[in-house]
Design a protein around this ligand. Sequence first.
Ligand SMILES: *Cc1c(COP(=O)(O)O)cnc(C)c1O
Length: 372
Amino acid sequence: MEDYLKKFGITPYINAHDTLTLYGASRMAPETRTAMSQISECFVDLLELQRILGRQIAGLTRNEAAYICGGAAAGVQLCAAVCIAQGDEFIYRGLPSTRDAPDEFIVMHGQHICYDKAIEGAGGKIRLVGDADTVRENDLRRSIGEKTAGLFYFPAINFVRASLGLEKTIEIAHEAGIPVVVDAAAQLPPAENLWKFTEMGADMVIFSGGKTLSGPQASGLIVGRQRYIDDCIRFGSPNHGVCRASKASREDMIGLRVAVENYLAMDHGENSRRLSAMADRIIGALKEFPFIEPRRVEHGSVGQPYPRVFAVLSPGYSSAELAARMKERRIFTGSDSMENALIISPQNLTDEECAIVIAALTDICRKMKQES
Ligand SMILES: *Cc1c(COP(=O)(O)O)cnc(C)c1O
């Protein structure tokens, strides 16, 4: 078979960083690629495919219903559009112009993140509640009004510190009759998050298909209550309207279907031990350098339970420079400027790649030591 990367002059990187979209996020399994290739040769009715695969994914993830969208950000936009339209096709067709429909979305101050632009992309207006430090129950109660279309909740560890808990939030929102959407794009593992937030009462919950689920990079998953998922199917691509600009292809749909099943069938304990062993290997290799203090951190960037390595450098050494030199060797790592630490995540590494990462890292560190 022709090597197209070579032919087109593309040199791949090793990803020793998190499931970052910019770097390709994750790898698809061979079965996922096979299913995508098989369906690419056939014609299907996209809406029928959506219903069939959505039902199966709902069953697998213990949800009432599920929808496959074109990435988690596309899911945020579609969920917002569904909340504004409230089943009214005329309103949906007019978005992002919302006319007189309720179009405000409540977002807690500390959770006001880059991805909530997609709410505005649907025509929604963001209404912040509380401040960067605190949100009181009464702040939330008093912010809900006639113009409120829904509430978005972003459960990443760094955003929820200054927020009300999700359960309390759902209780208050539902008392006032407004739907709660959870953007849990990167909140895997643990696998039970696929049903935990809906069991808590969230109306729609969004996951990225391209991150830890290891599905197609441009896929996303919305799980939730039947009536909202029905509206996702009625209004989302390939139907015309504001969300038509982010479509899931038949390859994305079947690829995500396979990826979800793979993810749930995976031996998570075994995978955890594999990642843990890699983190320890990396730490062991860094012990020879007196200017590096490597330590394990037991969570991913948004609080997921898996180990990473923080290699804290002594003053006079720069983690940003170390990361840049790793990148020159075509290896992605992270850098924490506050701690002056190089961040290495084993999440995307094979054992062979881990050895390459260690060799590059020790080689660069030896050079940095000589230069200092
Ligand atoms: C990554 C991420 C998204 C976007 O996911 P895509 O599948 O790349 O569109 C949205 N929201 C949050 C919180 C994310 O972390």
